[in-house]
Design a protein around this ligand. Structure first.
Ligand SMILES: *[C@@H]1O[C@H](CO)[C@@H](O)[C@H](O)[C@H]1NC(C)=O
Ligand SMILES: *[C@@H]1O[C@H](CO)[C@@H](O)[C@H](O)[C@H]1NC(C)=O
Ligand SMILES: *[C@@H]1O[C@H](CO)[C@@H](O)[C@H](O)[C@H]1NC(C)=O
Ligand SMILES: *[C@@H]1O[C@H](CO)[C@@H](O)[C@H](O)[C@H]1NC(C)=O
Length: 412
């Protein structure tokens, strides 16, 4: 039954990328579920849509998808309010595609996106879903980051029950952990027991180089700083499809290794860097270690080289890490049982049209597990270079087992 719906998902998506050029034979390990030239919304009525366009509340060219997650029959997409004219910041889409470029349905409902005080949802960067069906939503509280940034609400973690479509918790990140110009952008969940009672959320501050930990049991937050959270100056200079730009982005991508003997590693990297690091979660889950753990954060192995910048990464149930190589239009793989060396890093997909700036990457809780990727041409969006007549944004899916076939990550 699960397998059947998995197979239907793969055949329902019509935009298969035929040949991944690193693979010997054509594979269908990566597909596009949805793609958009510009993104629309399901407004209550056509008149509401017209009014939103008239008033500037909806500017189609300004809407960009960033975060993706999947729970059962739905895919969730965030659309941060980085420029004016984003009417809603979190949306749901059906997993069974019936059209190629569907409008977004605001989630949990329109009301959450229209309250002009801090009781609603302001600007969502990314989401992470635990295995109990709670979606942890990172609301930056900041709008118009690419125009004139305004922090209109505090950064907040919002918990949404996906079976009931209801908000079940709001946790404001305490002021002492949000530094001036902090940009709190990424989130992963570490839940271990069947009921998700022992649950922590790890949050990265990409601009002030911090790791914020949230413990659900008592809603406590704490923050680690470390020199490995900083960007590499040379890798902060990007050239992508002819566009040169500088991003000094620190701690960003995080992924969790296998649970073993009561502990598991957190792998992490700065966005503008080619190095991967690791720390044991037993260290970061202990708030008494914030000033006493400098040697626990370790370099993992070799550099990924001059175009080795990675956005998001995730480790599947079989211990394979998948990661978005933003300067190579590619998705990479690494078997976490092997040493982190160039010869052990593979490429599972590469495409200079569909994978231009692969940004988010998540693995869902289904059996078999499916990977979810958003590619969004972010630098072109930032500099207003996107062409409204071309497909700029994609929600893609990856079959992790098929993806690693004939790569160095294949295991027996
Ligand atoms: C915030 O806005 C919502 C929707 O407009 C309203 O129902 C609520 O009472 C407001 N809350 C406060 C504290 O002003
Ligand atoms: C940054 O990249 C551009 C384009 O490749 C190059 O011309 C420039 O020299 C680089 N700057 C540094 C400091 O490496
Ligand atoms: C860590 O150091 C900071 C700054 O000195 C201090 O405010 C904080 O209480 C310390 N935390 C712990 C858990 O020791
Ligand atoms: C994409 O790759 C193809 C095949 O390698 C190449 O012919 C084409 O010029 C590339 N396009 C861009 C925009 O890099």
């Amino acid at each position: 039954m699960r397998l059947l719906s998995h197979l239907r998902l793969f055949s329902a998506a019509v935009f298969f990328i035929g040949i991944l050029d690193v693979l010997a034979s054509p594979q269908k390990s990566l597909g596009t579920l949805y793609r958009w030239k510009q993104m629309g919304f399901v407004f209550p009525t056509p008149e509401d849509r017209d009014a939103a366009i008239q008033s500037g509340a909806y500017i189609p060219a300004n809407v960009i998808p960033l975060g993706v997650e999947r729970w059962k029959s739905r895919v969730f997409v965030s659309t941060p309010r980085w420029k004016k004219g984003i009417p809603a910041s979190l949306a749901a889409l059906p997993i069974e595609a019936t059209e190629a470029s569907p409008p977004l349905t605001p989630y949990p409902s329109w009301d959450w996106h229209t309250a002009d005080n801090c009781t609603g949802i302001t600007s969502v960067f990314r989401m992470a879903i635990d295995h109990c069906g709670i979606m942890w939503v990172l609301d930056s509280g900041q709008v118009e980051a690419f125009e004139t940034p305004r922090q209109i609400c505090p950064p907040t973690l919002i918990a949404i029950n996906l079976e009931k479509d209801s908000v079940v918790g709001r946790f404001q990140i305490p002021e002492q952990f949000v530094l001036q110009d902090s940009l709190i952008t990424n989130i992963i969940v570490d839940s271990r027991d069947p009921q998700c009672r022992d649950l922590h959320v790890y949050i990265s501050d990409v601009r002030r180089f911090g790791l914020i930990v949230f413990r659900a049991a008592d809603a406590a937050f704490w923050r680690f700083s470390h020199y490995t959270f900083y960007p590499d100056p040379i890798l902060s200079n990007y050239t992508l499809h002819g566009v040169n730009f500088q991003w000094t982005d620190g701690l960003f991508g995080m992924s969790l290794g296998s649970y073993h003997l009561g502990d598991r590693p957190l792998y992490y990297h700065s966005m503008s860097s080619s190095l991967e690091f690791v720390v044991l979660t037993s260290v970061i889950r202990d708030p008494s270690r914030v000033n006493d753990s400098v040697d626990e954060f370790k370099l993992l192995g070799e550099s990924r080289g001059p175009t080795g910048q990675v956005s998001a990464a995730a480790v599947d149930r079989n211990g394979i890490m998948f990661f978005n190589l933003v300067s190579q239009d590619s998705i990479g793989c690494w078997d976490t049982r092997k040493q982190y060396k160039i010869e052990n890093l593979g490429i599972v997909a590469k495409n200079n049209k569909t994978l231009v700036f692969p940004n988010d990457l998540r693995l869902d809780h289904e059996v078999p597990q499916v990977g979810w990727i958003i590619s969004n041409r972010l630098p072109m969006y930032q500099f207003n270079l996107n062409n409204a007549n071309e497909y700029n944004y994609r929600v893609m899916f990856l079959d992790p087992l098929a993806a690693i076939k004939h790569t160095v990550c294949q295991y027996n």
